[in-house]
Design a protein around this ligand. Sequence first.
Ligand SMILES: [Zn+2]
Length: 568
Amino acid sequence: MKYQFHIQNPNQQYVQITVETVAIEPNPIIQLPAWRPGRYELGNFAKNVKGFKVFNGQGKRVGFEKLTKDSWKLDVGQGEKIKIEYAYYANLLNAGSTFLDASQLYVNPVNCCVYQKGEEHEPLTVQLHIPEHWKYAGSMKQVDGLLIASNFDELADSPFICSPTLQHNSYTSGETTFHMWFQGITKPDWDRLIEDFKKFTDKQIEKFSEFPVDEYHFLFHILPHKAYHGVEHCKSTVICLGPSYEVYQSLYKELLGVSSHELYHTWNVKAIRPIEMYPYDFTKENYSRMGYLCEGVTTYMGDLFLLKSGVFNLQQYLVELTARFQMHFDNHGRFNYSVADSSFDTWLDGYEPGAPNRKVSIYTEGSLLAFVADVMILKNTNNKYGLDEVMRRLYFNYALQGKGVSEADYKRELEAVGNCSFDEYFAEYVYGNRSYESILVDTLEYIGLELIQTPSRIYSHGRLGLKCIVDHDKIVVKTLYPGGPADLGGLMIEDQILAINGVVIQNNLDQWLSYFDDEEKKLTIIRGGKLIELVIPEVNRNFYMEQTIVPVENPNGHQKKGFNAWSN
Ligand SMILES: [Zn+2]
């Protein structure tokens, strides 16, 4: 297959794409991926395809029939040349999208490149018709002005940015060169970036013993507005971050966090892959219950490697760990649906809040369970091994042997390295809904840390079990603690709170709630266009407790040893 990209009128944001190939069978089927790896939900990319046309070897239009939302059956015979033309609407700029304007062409081929079914494993070329002074950033190799990929999987996994304003630098770790590309309004602080990136890269490679690929590209889109998003690939990652002026200020720890996370994915998910996704089937949902491995372990390790490599000190690391604990304890979904079931359901609503208290996050719950597994292994091996060793074995014994990893494989490797049973861990915590609290406390204790739970300092959270957001100066209910005062008082999600005890609220809900602390609280709300008054009952307990993780004051010898093994 030969792909060509043209960008005639970038302000219209349509990328013109042509694909030339030969029909491998009569009435071949042309497919556009239905989803993209890294985001386990349908992408519906075909909604951006305009003017789909097919020509034969003589340049004559040929007919086709649309089979599904993203596949086409062509009226051509076997062995005939075909040329497919279409335009792809590229108006979305995030870490997994395709975007075109006068300043850049940014392509995730998985969004916009069709393939002939049965021809996925053949080598292919990509030709870019872009202004001469534009640079190219991406992992596909260039040969004689063409980008080459050994199969469709590689193309789908190789995003690229073309622009006249790309900024580039690189560093090496072992034999491997790591390229850093920045696009957008940004002034890269190269010395700081390279020093920190080299540290966590070296440490990850040290733990795995080798890097899976021969070179790597960090593709950063720095945006003028708020953004935080990363997507992993075999030999690269795309990371969106903004606003620009915060990138080396408050966002710098996010830049490091997401970069370390995406780099870890080079092993965990791009190489070590759930068996259900080995290989990827781009035509439909690839259900897997193993989000706790792909995203859970990666989330845990992404942050932990910043500590292990000395990029973060313990205090900085504990800020991140505490945030995971907070999200976990604040979500009532943990009593209803397991992390494994939630992983299966990412295809439904894994990337949005969804129905209240229905499900949990594969990132949050998965990372906490990874933490528990790591310390269980340390504990049972006299601090000789941790979760690192399990991941290293999955890499050498599965990924490098061309095998996917099943749930039973992961459990077996945990037990082999940890020299202990993971029956209860899986039955009660991965597949079940038992509270994590006691295992988390035990885990922290082993390495000399402790969890402190204090009443929330935010009155509406702590005393009413109510979380609101301010939307265009309106105070809107977003979360209700089941059985909390706000819930018992009859509040509903999306209610707009107007007044408390007759006083109109203006972005000062908590101040007025505190003011009326010892009085009955009557809320005036707007619901479905009607004014309603509700009385909030008194409940003598706290909700949404604030979680804090701190080092114990006088760690004993065991705890010091445990901590050293865990953090090195
Ligand atoms: Zn991830």
